[in-house]
Design a protein around this ligand. Structure first.
Ligand SMILES: Cc1cc2nc3c(=O)[nH]c(=O)nc-3n(C[C@H](O)[C@H](O)[C@H](O)COP(=O)(O)OP(=O)(O)OC[C@H]3O[C@@H](n4cnc5c(N)ncnc54)[C@H](O)[C@@H]3O)c2cc1C
Length: 492
C-alpha cells in the first residue's frame, strides 16, 4: 500500500472540495485531494452560478442587500428550523467569496434574481439579486454548464498553489484513532490502495443523487418512478456514510426539488416549451395551482409531489402554440433556450415518433386525455369550466393573472406529463459553523470536516429560491471556511 502524509486531505474535487483545497493551500497547508471522477468540478460543471451577498459586483450595481438582511430572510423562510450560526457565517463570507473567485480570474455576466417576464410570473420574482451567473467559456448566452469555466479556474488556481490531485481515486474509508480522524484510505485506478494521513480531513462528496436506494430510504422518492432527478454519476452518498461511521450525527435529508422531464437534457426543447401558464391539471383532470406560478420550480415541484402519482400535465392548444411561435413564450425560462419554439415542431415530431412517453397529442380533448393517461370525464369537465372562466375573463378558482386565461379550444391539443425532479440531495452530516462534523451532542469529531451538499441542512423543507444561487453559494463558502480552519489548525 502506498503511504502519503500531508496537512489537509480533501475528499473530492467538486465545488466545495475545490474551495476547500484553494483556501487550505492559500493558508499555507500542504493539500492532497482525492477525486473519484476523471475530472474535477462535480455537479457544479452543470450549473450556472453561485450566490453572494455584498460582493464587489453587487456594490457596482448598487444592490444594497446586506448579509444580515439575507440571514434574516433565510431564517424567516426556514422558520428557524436550521442552525442560525451556520447560516450567519455563510452569508457573511459569501460576498468576499465572489471577490475571491474574481481574483482567481472567474468571470460573471452579472447578478440576477430573475428573467424577463412580468412581475406576476417572473420565476423567483420575490427573490433578491444574489445569483452571480458565470460567463460561459467562449461567450454566448448563459445556460446550463456556464459554471464549468469557474471550476476550471478553481482547479488551475489550486494547482498553482501546489494542491496534489489524485483523479479516479475514490476514498473508501476514514482512518480513525482514539476518536480522531487521522487520514483516509483511497484506491487508485489500478486498484492500488493509498493510505494518506493528515491532522484534518474535509469530506465533500456531493450527496446521493446517483443512489436510488439511499434516495428511497432517506426521502421516500423512487428514482425513475416518482422522481427524475439529475443523477450525476458517482454521487453515491460515500462521504455521508464515512462520516456517520466515524460518529457524526445525521441531519434530515431532502431532495433539492424542482420539476423536470425524464432524461430532460435530451428533451430540453419540449421541457422548456411546456413551462407556460397554460392549463395544468392532475391525472384526474383537476387544476391544482395558479398556473402563473409555475415559473417557480421549487413551488411547482413541491405541489406535484403531493398530487396522485406525483404527476401533473400541462396542456395547450394549437392557437396557443401559434401565439408562442409568433410572440415568444408567456414565461421566459431562465435555463431553456429563448428560441425554443423555433425548434418545437422538429423535436415534437421526433419524440412523438420515438414514443417518448411523457408527451401526447389529440385532435379532441377526449383523445388527448386518453393518450396522456388523464381521466377523460375529469379533463372534459375541467376544460369546460376553465373555458367558461376564460370567457368571463376571471379565474374563480385561483385568480390566475387574466392575461393567461386563454381558452383551450382548437385542436390538435398538446400535453406534457410533468414529474418531480431534483438537482440532488441536501443534508446528511451534522456540522457546526466551523464546518466540523459533530456528534449527537454537538461535539466535534476531531480532525473531521464535512462541507457542500453532504452537510447542507440549512434549507428546512425547500430550496430557498428567494436567495438564489444558494446551493453553490453554500458549497463554496462551507468549503472555503473549512479549508481556512483546517490550515489554521496545523499552525499556518
Ligand atoms: C444541472 C444542474 C444545475 C445546477 N445549477 C446550479 C446553479 O446555477 N446555482 C446553484 O447554486 N446550484 C446549482 N446546482 C447545484 C450545484 O451544482 C450543486 O449543489 C453543487 O455542485 C454541489 O457541490 P458539492 O461540492 O457538494 O458536490 P459536487 O460539486 O457535485 O462534487 C462532488 C464530487 O465528489 C466526488 N466524489 C464522490 N464520491 C467520492 C469519493 N468516495 N471519493 C472521492 N471523490 C468522490 C464526485 O466525483 C464529485 O466530483 C445545479 C445542479 C445541477 C445538477
Amino acid at each position: 500500500m502506498k503511504q502519503l502524509e500531508t496537512d489537509v486531505i480533501v475528499v473530492a474535487a467538486g465545488l466545495s472540495g475545490l474551495a476547500a483545497c484553494c483556501a487550505a493551500a492559500e493558508g499555507g497547508a500542504r493539500v492532497v485531494c482525492f477525486e473519484k471522477a476523471s475530472t474535477t468540478g462535480g455537479a457544479a460543471n452543470m450549473g450556472m452560478g453561485p450566490l453572494g451577498v455584498g460582493s464587489r459586483i453587487q456594490r457596482e450595481h448598487m444592490i444594497p442587500l446586506s448579509p444580515i438582511e439575507a440571514f434574516r430572510k433565510h431564517m424567516y423562510f426556514t422558520h428557524y428550523h436550521v442552525d442560525p450560526r451556520l447560516v450567519r457565517d455563510y452569508y457573511f463570507k459569501s460576498g468576499d467569496t465572489i471577490d475571491w473567485l474574481c481574483n482567481m480570474g472567474v468571470e460573471f455576466v452579472g447578478v440576477q434574481r430573475a428573467f424577463g417576464a412580468d412581475e406576476a410570473t417572473r420565476p423567483y420574482s420575490d427573490g433578491e439579486f444574489t445569483w452571480h451567473v458565470c460567463k460561459p467559456e467562449g461567450g454566448g448566452v448563459p445556460g446550463p454548464r456556464a459554471a464549468s469555466g469557474m471550476m476550471k479556474k478553481m482547479t488551475e488556481y489550486a494547482q498553482s498553489l501546489g494542491v496534489e490531485f489524485y483523479l479516479e481515486t475514490p476514498v473508501k474509508k476514514l482512518i480513525q484513532e482514539d476518536g480522531a480522524v487521522v487520514g483516509v484510505i483511497a484506491v487508485d485506478k489500478n486498484g492500488e490502495e493509498i493510505e494518506c494521513r493528515a491532522p484534518s480531513t474535509i469530506v465533500a462528496t456531493g450527496g446521493f443523487g446517483d443512489n436510488p436506494e439511499m434516495i428511497k430510504e432517506y426521502t421516500g422518492f423512487e428514482f425513475g418512478k416518482t422522481i427524475f432527478n439529475f443523477a450525476v454519476p458517482g454521487m453515491k452518498g460515500d462521504g455521508m456514510k464515512m462520516c456517520w461511521e466515524a460518529g457524526a450525527a445525521k441531519t434530515p435529508i431532502i431532495m433539492e426539488i424542482m420539476y423536470q422531464l425524464p432524461d430532460n437534457m435530451n428533451h430540453f426543447i419540449i421541457e422548456g416549451a411546456f413551462r407556460q401558464p397554460c392549463l395544468w391539471v392532475d391525472r384526474n383532470g383537476n387544476r391544482f395551482m395558479p398556473e402563473d406560478q409555475i415559473g417557480n420550480t421549487t413551488f411547482t415541484g413541491n405541489a406535484i409531489s403531493h398530487l396522485p402519482g406525483k404527476v401533473a400535465f400541462s396542456i395547450f392548444d394549437s392557437k396557443a402554440l401559434k401565439r408562442y411561435k409568433k410572440h415568444g413564450p408567456d414565461i421566459i425560462s431562465h435555463v431553456h433556450p429563448h428560441d425554443l419554439y423555433d425548434h418545437f415542431d422538429e423535436q415534437w415530431e421526433r419524440d412523438l415518433a420515438a414514443g417518448y412517453e411523457p408527451i401526447a397529442q389529440g385532435d379532441t380533448i377526449e383523445e388527448l386525455a386518453k393518450n396522456a393517461g388523464i381521466d377523460v370525464d375529469g379533463l372534459v369537465a375541467q376544460v369546460e369550466e376553465y373555458n367558461a372562466m376564460c370567457d368571463a375573463g376571471y379565474d374563480e378558482l385561483f385568480e390566475k393573472n387574466r392575461a393567461y386565461m386563454q381558452k383551450i379550444e382548437k385542436g390538435p391539443f398538446y400535453c406534457c406529463r410533468q414529474t418531480v425532479g431534483a438537482y440532488g440531495s441536501l443534508g446528511g452530516v451534522k456540522i457546526n459553523h466551523k464546518m466540523e462534523a459533530v456528534n449527537e451532542d454537538a461535539r466535534p469529531i476531531p480532525g473531521l470536516y464535512c462541507v457542500g451538499t453532504d452537510a447542507c441542512s440549512i434549507y428546512g423543507d425547500s430550496y430557498p429560491f428567494v436567495l438564489s444561487g444558494n446551493t453553490m453559494g453554500f458549497c463554496l463558502n462551507s468549503g472555503r471556511i473549512a479549508g481556512e480552519n483546517a490550515a489554521a489548525k496545523v499552525g499556518f
